[in-house]
Design a protein around this ligand. Sequence first.
Ligand code: ADP
Length: 292
Amino acid sequence: MKIEIRGLSKIYPNGKHALSDINLTIENGMFGLLGPNGAGKSSLIRILVTLLTPTTGQVSFNGFDLMKDRGEIRSILGYLPQDFRFFSKLKTWEFLDYAAGLAGIRSKSIRREKVDEWLEKVGLFDARDRLANNLSGGMKRRLGIAQALIGSPKIIIVDEPTTGLDPEERIRFRNILSELSQQDIIILLSTHIVGDISSMCRELALLNEGEIQFNGPPEVLVEKARGHVWQVQTAGVEYDILKEKYAVTSTIPSEDGWEIQLVGDRLDLPSAVEIEPNLEHAYVYFMETVIV
Ligand code: ADP
């Protein structure tokens, strides 16, 4: 599988440039689209799932053109939007059966098999006869996952993957995705939460104000922050001053005050110790220092 995005821009009717000249190649495995709110992630995703027309540019999925071959592209696409609305009168299993039909599974018996398989996989088998609308937030999210995956899509697009999931459900979801990522498919995770992608993504793109600021493996992004991440031990009083001057990534109470991690180019702090960067540090470093 391969998605190629070339010269993609989106200008909304009010003149807002949500995406400017995006160029990306996305191949098999898990790919993270990371950026703060307003970066343009949803605009890009809505274009990829054929719900929004770009202003300029081309997108191809394994050679299929996004504008010309919508039918083919929709048949290989599974989409899990952030807020998923169900049909109020459908039971959980009926909703999945409906989704399987939309995904092109015509045989009723195969649909039933798939429905049971996915109810089991996402832990909703016992809730199969409940109205989809009456499920809890976490259960709805799991049903959303099942509907996105039941048609065995080749490209799976997930918007804000961990929204509304408790820690246990988050792990279950990650396991489903990492199992899938072993196959010949693309999983695109769009998120503003670094933790959603750090452990799972082979590659990521950092989006800010409609532009790609970085594209590559997470380790390469992390390396860029080396030499710019510091730990400082302070008494409480200095905290506000530090916060004014530097990007603070974590604050941990310690015996005699606070252990604070900071990201920045230069530090006028004799007690600062350079530490090993992680993806969270690298993201903050990029957003606060490199881009501005
Ligand atoms: P993200 O998903 O990263 O939060 P969006 O793609 O939703 O970013 O938004 C990118 C920018 O485009 C934001 O400034 C947002 O306000 C603007 N925007 C999004 N949708 C519309 C729209 N329909 N009309 C005008 N501006 C929009």
